[in-house]
Design a protein around this ligand. Structure first.
Ligand code: SOE
Length: 393
């Protein structure tokens, strides 16, 4: 339990939708289950609508609320700004917060373009010189089974990595009648499935393998190009109305990749995999072993040990809930399992620990920039159809 005498980390959060709620839960919960060197304080929640942000602040446990995010940069009772607003706001907010001497946690993807991400990474580098730190929120790295997978690869248990197979499958807009949202607007979200969920599997596969993607060949598709505008403007980030709106992002991204160690990779990110709700499926095949993970069974990691004699070889199902496993010791007894929200709490634990040590939290903005470069390469490859060979039908 964190003792009351510990120094505090006073947080200002921007946004109170899905990510704002998940981050609020994490800031509240982390000091109650982990012995943190700094005690987070939920100082202020920022949002545009005065009535709604005041209500959200009460519901999510924030001491005060603001309707102008710039106020968070001026307040001397804010040490860290947590950005949980759509991607078109990330660059302006993060760069201003860093310049104001505030640490920054910014939701993924880091930005909507490589140019924005480069400016953010440069601002983070400047700020780090005076001990102000920035981190991008790829929380799935902090699912215990994923952290265990990365540990197995780093320990050489898979040998040389030959194949990486990654899917992120959702189906929340498979119905053409599903209304327009800000996530389907390029000027707000930057891209569709590619940046929203494709960014996660780009980051995860690089984190697990410890390698970088060096090239891609891609296809993007938008299956449903027009959608009904939502009656309530809130769902579209402030824009609503009658009739139909134009979808200006991809619904699905499929791409091949190659890693620095020579491994071949296949990636699939889609919101049209009817029946798959949040299926992050990763398989890595190496010369000495393989691993497989599915977020819809997130407390389990499947591991094939190539050293096992053939008579007893096979994928074993590791239930990743032992105290020896990453993060798990702070929670429940073996077998009781964790959920989606725990990755956000573990993110707070690692961020706060790094800040107290004066070290760089990971993933850094430079890591987020590299992911953005992969996303942009996917978009360029898809546009160029560079390696696509048509088959006459
Ligand atoms: C929507 O696809 C979404 O909320 C993503 O934006 C999150 O990053 C993911 O964790 C859950 O799905």
């Amino acid at each position: 339990m964190t003792s009351p005498s510990r120094p505090t980390l006073r947080v200002g959060l921007i946004g109170y939708a899905f990510m704002g709620a998940a981050h609020s839960h994490a800031w509240r919960t982390a000091p109650r289950f982990f012995d943190l060197p700094l005690v987070p304080e939920l100082t202020v929640l920022a949002g545009r609508d005065a009535a709604r942000v005041t209500d959200a602040a009460g519901r999510l446990g924030w001491s005060s609320s603001e309707t102008d995010w710039h106020r968070l940069l001026e307040r001397d009772d804010v040490d860290l700004v947590d950005i949980c607003s759509p991607g078109d706001t990330h660059a302006e907010m993060a760069i201003a917060a860093l310049a104001a001497g505030k640490h920054v946690l910014c939701e993924k993807p880091l930005a909507n373009t490589v140019a924005e991400a480069e400016a953010m990474a440069a601002a983070a580098e400047r700020a780090a010189a005076s001990g102000v730190r920035a981190m991008v929120g790829f929380t799935y790295r902090r699912v215990p089974a994923i952290a265990l997978a990365a540990r197995l690869v780093a320990d050489g248990r898979l040998g040389e990595i030959r194949h990486v197979r990654a899917q992120y499958l959702q189906d929340w807009i498979a119905d053409p009648a599903a209304p327009m949202s800000w996530r389907l607007q390029k000027e707000k979200a930057g891209s569709g499935a590619l940046g929203d969920i494709g960014a996660h599997i780009v980051d995860l596969t690089q984190f697990i393998t410890g390698q970088r993607i060096t090239g891609v060949s891609a296809v993007l598709e938008t299956f449903v190009r027009k959608r009904p505008l939502p009656a309530s403007s809130g769902k579209l980030g402030g824009v609503g109305g009658e009739g139909m709106g134009e979808v200006t992002v991809d619904d699905a991204a499929v791409f091949l990749g190659r890693f620095t160690g020579g491994a071949l990779a296949t990636f699939e990110a889609t919101r049209f995999a009817l029946g798959r709700k949040n299926a992050i499926r990763i398989e890595v095949n190496g010369s000495a072993g393989s691993l497989a993970f599915d977020f819809e069974d997130m407390n389990v990691l499947h591991f094939f040990d190539g050293a096992e004699p053939a008579a007893t070889a096979g994928f074993r199902r590791i239930v990743v809930t032992e105290p020896e496993h990453p993060y798990v010791g702070a929670w429940w007894p073996a077998g009781h399992g964790l959920g989606y929200e725990h990755g956000f709490t573990h993110q707070v634990v690692d961020l706060v620990t790094a800040l107290a040590e004066g070290s760089q939290p990971t993933p850094s903005f430079a890591d987020g920039l590299q992911v953005q470069r992969v996303l942009e390469a996917v978009e360029r490859s898809a546009a160029a159809r560079s390696t696509w060979t048509d088959i006459p039908t």
